[in-house]
Design a binder for this molecule. Sequence first.
Ligand code: SF4
Length: 898
Amino acid sequence: MGQITITINGCQLGGRDGMTILDVAQENGIDIPTLCYRPELSIVGACRLCVVEVEGSRTLVGSCHTPITQGMVIHTHSPKVLQTRKVIVELLLASHCGSCFMCDKANICELRSIAADLEVGLPRFQVRKRYYPIEDVNPFIQRDLTKCILCQKCVRACQELQGTYAIDYAYRGFKTKPATPLDKPLVESPCVFCGLCVSMCPTGALSDKWARYKGKETRKVRTICPFCGCGCSIYLSVREQQIISVSTCTEDSVNGVCLCVKGSYGLDFVHHQDRLKTPLIRRDGNLEEATWSEALDIVADRLSRYQPDEVAVVSSAKCTNEENYVIQKFARAVLGTNNVDHCARLCHAPTVVGLAQTFGSGAMTNSINEIRDAKCILAIGTNTTEAHPIIGLEIKKAVRQGAKLIVANPRKIELVRFADLWLRHNPGTDVALLMGMMRVIVDEELLDSSFIAKRCENFDAFKQSLQGFNLDSVEQITGVPKEQIAEAAQIYATSRPSSILYAMGITQHSHGTDNVIAIANLAMLTGNIGKPGAGVNPLRGHNNVQGACDMGALPNVYPGYQAVADPAIRERFEVAWRCSLPVEPGLTLTEILDAAYHGQIKAIYFMGENPVLSEPQAKHAEAALQKLEFLVVQDVFLTETARLAHVVLPGVTFAEKDGTFTNTERRVQRVRKAIEPIGNSQPDWWITCQIAQRMGRGNGFDFAHPSQSMDEIARLTPSYGGISYRRLEEGSLQWPCPDAEHPGTPILYTEQFARSNGKGQFIPLQYRPPMELPDTKYPLLLTTERSLYHFHTGTLTRKVKGLNALREEELVEINPNDALALGIADGDMVRVISRRGEVVAKAKVTEVSPVGVICMTFHFAESPTNVLTNPALDPVSKIPELKVCAVKVERAEQTSIS
Ligand code: SF4
C-alpha cells in the first residue's frame, strides 16, 4: 500500500491509499464530529457534520468520503468549518423535538453532545417539527421517530450487517422516515430484534425498552453471551447488583457490533423471581428449603454409599470449562466411575467421533471470521440464522462479497433466500447426497490429487465405495434432481476455498457418524482443509459444549480427548490426581438413563441438565429418573428434572461467576463475574468441591478460584497447555495452544492431521436410511429444529417475557398440501402422535416444510416434543436419532386412536 503524506491542522501525517480524511484524522486522535458515519457501514455523507476545509478546494468537503491525496492540507476546526457545523446542528435541532427531559438516551445523545461541543443553544431557525406517534407495541424496542435525524445508520445496519432488510426509507421530502414494509410496526415486519439499529442510533429515536429509566451504570463488565456456541463478547452494564443493559464488545470478539435477540435482550433470566436461591431437600415427598451444610452433607453421605458402577454424573455445556473439569474429576477421582457425560451426546457426539477417525480430532477446523473469505459455502443440516445467528451473518456477508452458497436442507430456511443452489433432500439422506457429489467430483476429475496423495490415506478403498452411488440411485434416495447434485459438486469443487458448515441436521441421526465422515471425505477430496476460508466446520449448539467435551465430560476420555483406556495416560492422571482411576470407559448419557430405568444406576448427580425435556422418548427418561434411589440436581431454576430430585442445589448464572467458555471455533474466552450470586446460590465449581471435600478429598478439590483449576487443566491437557487467566486477560486463545509462547491456532491441519501418522483418513461409506420412516400408520416424518427466540429446553429463555411474546408456544409446521389432506387450518390445535407418545400444539401451515414432513422445536415444556422422538442410537457415537421419526397428525379435538 502506498504511503501518502498530508497535513492536518499543521501536522504532517502519513496515510495509505484508499484512506479518507476522516480515517487519517481518527487514526491520529483528531476529533471530527459525525452523526451518520460508522466504520462498519457504507458511507453516505448524510449528516455533513464531518466537513473540513481543504486548501485549494472552493467548497468544504465531507471528510468521511473524501480520499486523501499526496500533499493535501486540511483544516478541521477553522472558523469557516465550525460555523458550517453549527448551522448544520441548528438545522437538525430545529426539526428535532425538544423533549430531552423525557428521553432515556439524553445522557448519551450524540446530537446533544455535539451541539454542546459547538456551543449551540437554542436554534435560530424557525422551528418546524415532524411528529410521529411513539411505537411501543413490541417487547424490546421503542421507536420515537420524532427524534430521528435521518442519519440512515439503522437502515444501513439492518441491510448491510444484518441482511434482514426490515426497514428502509419511506415517503419523500420532509416526510421521509425509516419504515418497515407498508410502514407497519416492527413486530409485523421481518425485524429479528437483534438491537443493532438501537445501538447505532445517535439520538433517542430508537431505544431499548428494558433499559429505560434504570439509571446510569456504575460499571461495565466484559463477558461472554451464555446462549449459543458463537460465543459473542458482550458488556454487562451493572448498577449496584442489577444488570441494566447489554452492549457489544468489538475488540477481540467474534461478533463485532452485532448480537442476536437473545444476546441483546435475553438476559433478564438472571434476575427472574423464580431463581433458585437456597438448597432444597425432599422431605415427606416435598422439596423444602435447607441450609448448604444440610444439603451438602446429605449429598456426600448418599453418594458415598454406592459402588462406582451404580452412580453417574451428568455435566453441563452451559457451565464453564473449570466447572466441567472439576465435575468430571469428581466422577473419576471421588466416585471412581467414568459414567460421566453431558448433552454433547445429543448434539455433536458424531462430530467428536467422526472427525477423530478422519482427521484425528473433532472440532471446527477454521474460524468464524474466515467464513466471509470463502468462495463457496456448503451449509448442510444447519439452520444457521436461527441457531447460530452471528455465523448466519458471516454467511450473508460472504454471499454479498460474491461467494456461492449451497444450502442442503429439507426445509425452506431463511438461508435459501441467499443461496445459489438449494438441495431439498429427503431428511436422513445426507450420506447419499454427499457421496453422490463426491462421485461427480471423482468422475469429472475435479478432485485435488496432490493433496490426497500427500496428506491422506485409504483413498482407493473410499473411491471404490463411490461405485454404489450412481446419480440415478442418489436422485431416487434423496429426491434431489441429479443435475442439481452435479452442479453442487462442481461449484463446491471448483470455487476454492470452499467451506462446509453443518450442525445437528447432520449429527442427530442413527447414522450421524457416517454423515460427519462423508463431510470430512468431501473436504479432503477437494483439498479444502488446512486453508483459510475452507474447512469442515461443525457449529456447536451450547455456549460451552466444545469446552465441556475438551474438559473430558465424556465417558471415554480425560481432558484433551486423552483415552481413559490408555494405561499410560491413565497413570498420568492417577499421579496428578493422587488416586487410582477406573479402567473401563463409562456409560453415555442415554445409556446412563437406560441403566437407571433398569435399576443398574441408582444415583445420578446432574449439573445444569434437563433430560426430562431434552432426551428422546422423554417419558422413558422421566420414568428412569423416578426409579433412582438418589437424584441430585444442580441448576439455576427448578427445572422439570429438578422437580424429581431428592436434593436441589442452587447454582449461579454466567453473570455471577468467573471462568472460561470455549466457543464453537475452539476459542477460549473469559467469563467474568458481574454481580454477586443471587440469594444463597453458589458457583457450580464451588458446590462440587464442597461435596468432594465432605467425601474425604480435601486436597485436589481445594480450588480457591477458577484460575487455579485452569492452571491444573493446562498442566494435564496438551491442547490447553499455554492457556492461563493471565494470558486470557490479554485476549482469547484458540486451542491447540500447547505452551505459554504459542499464539493459538485459528486453522487446524495446515501441515498435517492430528492422527498419529499425520494423515487424513478416507473412510468408505454405505447409505443407511433412518431407523423409522413413515408408513401407513404413521405417514408423516417429524424433524426438529431451533427457534431464534429460544434456547434448548427453554429453561432460561422461557423466563424472558419479551422472548415469550415473540415466540410464545410450540408450532407444528406443516405443508399446505398435508394440512389440506388432514383438514387442518393454520392456527388449529393438532395432536402429533408417534410410537412413543403424543403432544398437542398449534399448527402453522407453511411451505417451509416439505410435503410429508412436519417440524417442531423442543423449547416448550407444555408441548414436550421429545416425548415423540426416537431413541434409536448411532452405534458408534451413541447419539439418538432426534432428527427423524414417523408420526401422524390429527386435529386435537379428534379422538386419538394410537
Ligand atoms: Fe448469544 Fe449466540 Fe446470539 Fe451471539 S449469536 S448473541 S452467542 S445467542
